[in-house]
Design a protein around this ligand. Structure first.
Ligand SMILES: *[C@@H]1O[C@H](CO)[C@@H](O)[C@H](O)[C@H]1NC(C)=O
Length: 216
């Protein structure tokens, strides 16, 4: 059943005729102009003469976040939206807080991948023990697994479906860096079972080889 889930997920990004990629900045930086009215493929740059240190600054990643939610974790991102100076540099950060496993009953930060564009993620564990997993692409679909402790660094290669979960007796927190200034996320379960409008239930049931009544 699970292998079919990944198969479906990979179809999403498999064909693109027009290749989009980050171009290198053509000037020192391109700080985003907030609340712009014109939409372009990217962001409009602020006049370098009025750029301030705050355009390259973000504060607050030291703060512990509330993890009493359905996924037992909380992701605080520092992307181009939070730090406008990141624009065009193809890099961003995130803090991920993990609830104590005992409170979340084994919940995982759900299977997901990053888009657009596909971002590689490298993380380091600041506190606690987490398990990390990712699955390689077709046809192998190898599950790559590792349990991490404080100070460990782990890489999720770009585009691959991955997840992490707290396996320790304590609160866990990681800091991640991503190779995109605007890494979105596709949460596989939401994309499949919570789309708007819904994907036909009989189709999902067939794709996952499940009884129609199980796909609610
Ligand atoms: C993450 O934590 C912040 C601050 O603790 C909270 O306001 C927010 O609702 C939390 N997000 C989720 C998804 O639980």
């Amino acid at each position: 059943m699970t292998s079919r889930l990944f198969l479906l997920s990979l179809h999403m990004g498999s064909c693109s005729l027009a290749m989009a990629s980050y171009s290198s900045p053509l000037q020192d930086f391109c700080v985003v102009v907030p609340k712009r009215r014109v939409f372009v493929n990217g962001e409009v740059c602020k006049d370098p003469k009025i750029v301030r240190a705050d355009n390259f600054f973000f504060s607050g990643l030291h703060l512990m976040r509330d993890t009493s939610n359905a996924v037992g974790s909380n992701v605080t991102v520092v992307t181009v939206a939070e730090l406008p100076g990141l624009n065009t540099f193809g890099i961003s950060m995130a803090r991920i807080d993990f609830a104590l496993l005992v409170f979340v009953n084994g919940k995982v930060l759900t299977l997901h991948t990053h888009t657009p564009p596909k971002a590689t993620e490298i993380l380091t564990v600041l506190e606690g023990n987490i398990e990390v997993r990712f699955v390689t692409s077709n046809p192998e679909n190898y599950l790559i697994s590792k349990d991490l402790q404080k100070g460990d660094v782990f890489l999720f290669p770009q585009g691959l479906v991955h997840f992490h979960r707290n396996i320790g007796n304590n609160y866990a927190v990681v800091i991640a860096a991503l190779s995109s200034h605007n890494p979105g996320a596709i949460t596989i379960v939401n994309a499949m079972f919570d789309s708007n409008p819904d994907i036909a239930r009989d189709l999902l049931a067939k794709a996952f080889q499940m009884d129609k009544n199980v796909v609610y």
